[in-house]
Design a protein around this ligand. Structure first.
Ligand code: SF4
Length: 107
């Protein structure tokens, strides 16, 4: 069963400073990309399959930026909010859950 979620998150990579604070606070929600910018992700532990919203083509990946919204597990909401508050780029965007924006992880 996927974990309950009320909110989703995306990162504006244009503003990301690449310091990695978000991943230190919430490693199941944020991950560094090869180019030194951070992206959001969904972990199989919470949702049954893993998706990294890094803009790479292929299974297990999704679009980056505002088109790549990851569900935030309710159990990690406090961590995600703390990350957004601590983010020096102010580029972590948290929005209400929308079922039609959930990505299935297929290419
Ligand atoms: S905390 Fe913000 S600026 Fe820092 S890596 Fe994460 S998204 Fe980028």
């Amino acid at each position: 069963m996927p974990e309950a979620t009320k909110m989703m998150v995306w990162i504006d990579q244009d503003l990301c400073t690449g310091d990695g604070i978000c991943e230190e606070i919430a490693p199941d929600v944020f991950v560094g990309r090869d180019d030194g910018l951070w992206v959001v992700k969904e972990e199989a532990d919470h949702f049954g399959s893993s998706i990294v919203f890094d803009g790479v083509e292929g299974d297990g990946h999704g679009p980056d930026g505002s088109r790549g919204l990851a569900r935030i597990p309710d159990s990690l909401m406090d961590d995600a909010i703390e990350a957004a508050e601590e983010c020096p780029g102010e580029c972590i965007m948290i929005e209400p859950y929308q079922a039609d924006l959930v990505h299935d992880g297929a290419a």
